[in-house]
Design a protein around this ligand. Structure first.
Ligand code: HEM
Length: 200
């Protein structure tokens, strides 16, 4: 019981919490903007679609940089352990899900960047209209870059749908902990929220 109490009364570091919520907000914005600019182009018009693409690229590269910092932080700062009474299979599932989220947090911005770098339109990327951002190497010079960009766009879109699915599972797990198990595990990631669950 002592270790259960300890793990549930330990918070993530302030840096890990800040990065978690910044990246979460960025990813939610990217999903909404990504769907608007690809699925609703005819409703929103060409100029607005163009602006949304630029915003999507800017937020996406920001998320890439934040995800790199977050992963470095994760490797150098041990997170609080999962509750001791959690069955090993659930712990395995939680770790597996978290690592898949890290993979997509890096993989999605990288494939998005690769789509833009291989695009036959050769549009420059200027983050937030301020910071010029380079293309990835090699891709802009490929002879068949239109086809490559198309395949990468497909990978990016299916990756995004996979991420949406994993986020639904992530929300469901948090909901289960808060409402069914009532161990208040969410407080470890929310600054100011009172730590400790019903069972303590
Ligand atoms: C975590 C980061 C990212 C997420 C969650 C994300 C999400 C999405 C989503 C949901 C779509 C629409 C998929 C569909 O067609 O149904 C999309 C499309 C797209 N994204 Fe991202 N994106 C991310 C990062 C980036 C970055 C960094 C760039 C470029 C620098 C980028 C460039 C694009 C482009 C060009 C498309 C259109 C692809 C196509 O239609 O071929 N994305 N993204």
């Amino acid at each position: 019981m002592a270790s259960l109490k300890t793990s549930l009364s330990e918070r993530y570091t302030a840096v890990a919490i800040l990065l978690h919520w910044l990246i979460a907000a960025g990813i939610l914005a990217l999903i909404v903007i990504g769907l608007l600019m690809t699925q609703f182009q005819s409703t929103i018009g060409p100029m607005e679609t163009f602006s949304l693409f630029q915003l999507h690229k800017s937020i996406g590269i920001t998320v890439l940089l934040l995800a790199v910092i977050r992963i470095l932080w994760r490797f150098t700062h041990k997170p609080p352990s999962l509750p001791a009474d959690m069955p090993p299979v659930e712990k395995g599932a939680a770790h597996g899900l978290h690592w898949l989220l890290y993979v997509l947090m890096l993989g999605l911005p990288l494939t998005g960047w690769a789509v833009v770098s291989s695009s036959p339109f050769n549009l420059p990327t200027v983050l937030y209209h301020l910071v010029p951002w380079p293309d990835l190497p090699i891709l802009p010079h490929l002879a068949n870059k239109g086809a490559v960009s198309h395949v990468l766009g497909w990978v990016h879109a299916y990756g995004a749908w996979t991420l949406i699915g994993l986020l639904v599972v992530h929300f469901a797990a948090v909901f289960r902990h808060q409402v069914i198990k009532r161990d208040n595990i969410l407080a470890r990631m929310v600054p100011g929220m009172k730590l400790g669950g019903r069972r303590q």
